[in-house]
Design a protein around this ligand. Structure first.
Ligand SMILES: Nc1ncnc2c1ncn2[C@@H]1O[C@H](COP(=O)(O)OP(=O)(O)OP(=O)(O)O)[C@@H](O)[C@H]1O
Ligand SMILES: [Mg+2]
Length: 246
């Protein structure tokens, strides 16, 4: 099986070298756990280091702010965008019926999943993308009334992305400490891989952790891994490294 390297330090070796090609991953966690950074690091590395163009569909955060945040990590998204190696589709503002100033955005009238998918597939073809991020699924659920609709929408999304041949990440949210894998409880069944990000408070300290909860067709790490967000992005560690100097 072909593996798609994330290039996230310490991560690929935990999953036999990378994500299974053409599959869809779920990255889930509470707010501020690093879902957006993890996803963007996968996309940025693809475009910058592995010659794999990427599409980022943002439904929560505005593209201008994402670009600004990423510059902190030394990731110049604007440059990759100008070279057609990366494309950000702005759905953040269409969702509330406002026009976007972005080159690629969703129509403001009747925001729905089909429009998001249509624009995503079009953009994948245009830049020959190999990697796609949908950030986030709960933001898509904006207009959904019941769980059945969400399940259908997520299945459709996964089907179309798989058919397009891209390796993708969707993000979802849980409440801090909640014993769930995703917002609707359906995303994890559709995904081929599930990566949970946690922010644990122990005493006066809080530390970030990553757990690979599922990765189809892969012998993956079953440990809880400490992660660090620094000026170069996310680094995944082994628990023994974290305590090696104690
Ligand atoms: N340069 C940096 N150095 C260290 N930590 C940082 C840096 N930039 C961001 N962070 C940390 O990453 C967090 C944001 O991560 P991210 O946006 O990926 O979270 P998220 O899980 O997508 O959150 P949300 O649910 O709000 O979308 C910040 O709250 C901060 O703790
Ligand atoms: Mg986010």
């Amino acid at each position: 099986m072909e593996r798609i390297k994330t290039g996230i330090p310490g991560f690929d070796s935990l999953i036999e070298g990378g994500f299974p090609k053409g599959r869809i991953m779920l990255v889930s966690g509470a707010t501020g756990t690093g879902k957006t950074i993890f996803s963007m690091q996968f996309l940025y590395n693809g475009a910058q280091k592995f010659n794999e163009p990427g599409v980022y569909v943002t439904l929560d955060e505005r593209p201008a702010l994402i670009r600004e945040d990423c510059l902190r990590f030394g990731w110049d998204l604007k440059k990759l965008e100008s070279e057609n190696k990366l494309c950000i589709i702005d759905g953040s503002i269409a969702k509330i019926g406002m026009p976007s100033e972005e080159e690629f955005s969703l129509p403001t009238t009747g925001f729905d999943i089909d429009k998001v998918l249509l624009e995503t597939i079009r953009t994948i073809k245009r830049i020959n993308a190999k990697r796609v991020i949908i950030d986030s699924i709960p933001a898509l659920g904006f207009n959904f009334e019941n769980e059945q609709d969400v399940r259908k929408a997520v299945l459709k999304l996964a089907y179309l992305l798989t058919r397009a041949g891209v390796t993708s990440i969707m993000t979802s949210e849980i409440e801090e400490g909640e014993a769930k894998f995703s917002k609707y409880g359906v995303e994890e069944y559709t995904a081929d891989g599930v990566i949970m990000l946690h922010y644990l408070g122990i005493g006066t300290q809080s530390t970030r952790h990553l757990l690979i909860r599922k990765m189809r067709a892969t012998k993956h790490s079953e440990e809880i891994h400490p992660i660090q967000i620094s000026d170069t992005g996310i680094t995944v560690k082994k628990i023994e490294d974290e305590y090696s100097n104690v």
